[in-house]
Ligand binder design. Structure first.
Ligand code: ADP
Ligand code: MG
Length: 193
């Protein structure tokens, strides 16, 4: 069963820490797809990830250029397909060529190109929580596709728990993360016993 792992971050910094926590398990050829509305925190997550992979320059959303490429421990291809109007436009760009096996590929709005993604990839869904008092809260759900990614996501969780605790100790005990069963058709998730 493909489980999801979810967590709520309470600041951009916490989201960067999550991104950074994923970095140690990333290898060339890995593909990550980020979903979520404008302002959900997709680029913030990539900033944490890229910095932890050794990127020193600024990481900004490639909304208008489609692709930013960074040199870190590996090349990082940072795509944002938000502005691509049609699937055809994506194909015309030669989208498959972005999946350089020497690079880590991160795609904002990746759900728009889901059919072009490899069989194994990490899907991350981000959204504001329903709490109107908590403007900076973001629900982040990791949906690994393939056993490799299940393992990587669990490793990320361990790293993130330690780094988040170090950054802001959580007075409540237990994990910040929640394991949920796969998303059902209605989009809801069920908590696992
Ligand atoms: P996206 O790429 O999804 O459009 P960005 O990462 O560019 O979104 O922007 C997210 C915005 O939300 C930033 O202005 C950031 O400071 C703010 N923000 C507030 N709380 C959070 C959080 N918990 N995680 C990420 N970003 C947050
Ligand atoms: Mg963005």
């Amino acid at each position: 069963m493909q489980r999801s792992l979810s967590v709520v971050t309470r600041s951009p910094e916490e989201t960067r820490i999550l991104g950074a926590s994923l970095a140690p398990v990333l290898l060339p050829g890995d593909v990550i797809s980020l979903s979520g509305d404008l302002g959900a925190g997709k680029t913030v997550f990539v900033q944490g990830l890229a910095t932890a992979l050794g990127v020193t320059g600024r990481v900004t959303s490639p909304t208008f250029t489609i692709l930013h490429e960074y040199e870190g421990r590996y090349p990082i291809m940072h795509l944002d397909v938000y502005r691509l109007d049609s699937f055809q436009e994506i194909l015309d760009l030669g989208f498959e060529e972005f999946f350089d096996p020497r690079a880590v590929v991160v795609i904002e709005w990746g759900e728009a190109v889901e059919q072009l993604l490899p069989r194994r990839y990490l899907r991350i869904e981000m959204r504001r929580t329903e709490d109107p008092e908590a403007d900076d809260d973001r629900l982040i759900v990791f949906k690994p596709r393939g056993e490799d990614w299940v393992r990587k996501v669990l490793s990320m969780r361990d790293t993130a728990e330690a780094l988040l605790d170090a950054a802001s100790p959580d007075p409540s005990t237990g994990s910040r993360f929640e394991v949920t069963s796969p998303t059902r058709d209605d989009g809801s998730t069920r908590k696992e016993a």
